[in-house]
Design a binder for this molecule. Structure first.
Ligand code: R5P
Length: 298
């Protein structure tokens, strides 16, 4: 098996190959002055199983195009099977038509991945459990919840898990089970689809001294900051966030650092550049989870 990496998250790709006791195979990715890319496979892959690691984090279009070009280069060079590890699957939030006239972006992505000869995808903590149904190829859905459970256990007894919206309730229930029935509550969130503005008023369930907000991703940070304000008003003393994907758009790092949150735990599904890191941030690695999944499916 040969493992290749795109440019979006090399540090994670290197950790995964380390776990697998191997090295990344070489690729040449040349960027022309106009921004176009030329991708070339620098190793023989005839009849080989190939894995491409590429997170389709900001900027998703660039990272998807690079992944398609790598898959195309592998296909043309005779690879037997191509598997894509896409730790953060860009466009996953546009998985159906919300308002009349919209494109279903994720369906376009799923079609293109298959078209480029990718037979299988490994991804983590998808926004909705219905997403694998959109894919006409196998999608292995891993989760970072077990990593989160280990950290949450250390927080102490008087703790409640919090889902910041209805869509996250399954995640919180699963975590609660892993943590021996830890109590959980649910916030009623509304998002204006045109402006993106988040409002939160009600919490179902009892708020405790330590509140742990669990989400699939942090983009602008609006959701978790609004949730932390509400939890503080309802009596929480220390508020933590556990979110798998650190999308961190716009001013998210500054907003999170200046919020009421005590600590923000994310994973390395998305590479976080130095300028987006902040003191309250803790990054857990998913390298071992992905390496095991690659190994199990050899
Ligand atoms: C929404 O349904 C998701 O689970 C996240 O809560 C959301 O995408 C986070 O976005 P933001 O950080 O911009 O509020």
């Amino acid at each position: 098996m040969k493992i290749f990496s795109g440019t979006s998250n090399k540090p994670l790709a290197e950790k995964i190959t380390k776990e697998l006791d191997t090295d990344l195979s070489p690729l040449e990715i040349h960027i022309f002055p106009d921004g176009e890319k030329r991708v070339r496979v620098l190793e023989k892959v005839v009849d080989e199983d190939c894995v491409v690691i590429q997170s389709t984090s900001p900027e998703p279009d660039k990272n998807y195009m690079e992944l398609f070009f790598i898959a195309d280069a592998l296909k043309r060079s005779g690879a037997k099977h191509i598997k894509a590890v896409i730790p953060y699957l860009g466009y996953q939030r546009q998985d159906h038509v919300f308002r009349e006239g919209e494109a279903v972006s994720l369906e376009v992505i799923a079609t293109l991945l298959k078209w480029e000869g990718i037979e299988e995808v490994i991804s983590l903590d998808l926004h909705s459990i219905k997403i694998p149904q959109i894919f006409k190829i196998k999608l292995n859905h891993l989760s970072a919840l077990s990593l989160f459970a280990k950290e949450i256990e250390k927080i102490g007894k008087n703790t409640v898990l919090v889902s910041p919206d209805m869509g996250g309730i399954r995640r919180v229930k699963n975590l609660s089970e892993m943590l021996g029935g830890m109590p959980y509550c649910l916030i009623q969130k509304d998002r204006d689809l045109a402006t993106g503005k988040v409002t939160m008023n009600e919490i179902e369930g009892e708020v405790k001294e330590n509140a742990v907000i669990v989400d699939d991703m942090i983009s602008t940070g609006e959701t978790v900051v609004a949730a932390s304000n509400l939890l503080k008003n309802k009596g929480a003393k220390e508020i933590f966030v556990f979110a798998t994907h650190a999308v961190f758009s716009k001013d998210a790092p500054r907003i999170l650092e200046n919020s009421l949150l005590h600590k923000v735990y994310v994973t390395d599904t998305i590479d976080i550049p130095h300028e987006k890191q902040f003191p309250k941030l803790e990054v857990l690695t998913v390298a071992n989870l992905i390496a095991k999944s690659i190994e199990n499916q050899k």
